[in-house]
Structure formats: C-alpha cells, structure tokens
Design a protein around this ligand. Structure first.
Ligand SMILES: [Mg+2]
Length: 110
C-alpha cells in the first residue's frame, strides 16, 4: 500500500463519515496524539504479558492495529493541512541519510 492509496481511501471514507465536517485540525491533532498513545499502551501491555506482570495484556497484532490507526489518523491530519505524507517522509528520510553520510535514499513519490 502507498501513502497515496491511504489518502484516497481516507478522503472517500470521510465523505461517508457522519459529522466529519466538524472534525477540524485541532480535532485531528488530538486524534493523532490519542492513537500514538494507544500504541504505547499496547506495547506496555505486550511487555506486561512478556514479563508476567498482572493486568490486561496485548499481542503484536494489537500493537500493529494501533500503529495502523496512528498512520490513518496522521494522514487525516496531513490532509487537512494540505500536506503529502509520502513527500514529507522521503524528504526527511533523505535529509537524515545525508546528515549521517549514509547512501540510502527514498525517491519522492511525485
Ligand atoms: Mg486505536
């Protein structure tokens, strides 16, 4: 799957989503923070299971689900700001490679 596929699907689905017109940039930013917090929570529960600590637990699949929610939410926020995640990721990845003298680069998708 490409970032472009996610963007197109997000735009299409949000047209169906009741109340989406009331989800502004602030709402989307809170949503992103919440979803990334859920990743951390799932990892905590995964470590709890690994270490035999009492309480609710999570699997790697649970962590993957929360990571996916996070990316979906991040794309919704980027869309509202008119940003292209694929371009941004390629640019920053390449800047970091250049900074540390590494050869690996990502082609800008556009
Ligand atoms: Mg979630």
């Amino acid at each position: 799957m490409k970032f472009e596929d996610l963007r197109n699907a997000n735009i299409k689905r949000q047209r169906e989503w009741p109340g989406d017109d009331k989800a502004d940039v602030a709402f989307r930013a809170i949503e992103v923070a919440g979803e990334f917090g859920e990743v951390a929570e799932a990892i905590k529960k995964y470590l709890r299971a690994e270490r035999g600590i009492s309480g609710s637990t999570a699997t790697l699949e649970d962590i993957a689900d929360e990571m996916a929610d996070s990316i979906i939410a991040l794309d919704l926020l980027a869309n509202q700001l008119g940003l292209d995640l694929g371009t941004a990721v390629a640019r920053i990845f390449n800047m970091t490679s250049a900074k540390y003298g590494l050869k690996t680069r990502i082609e800008d998708p556009h």
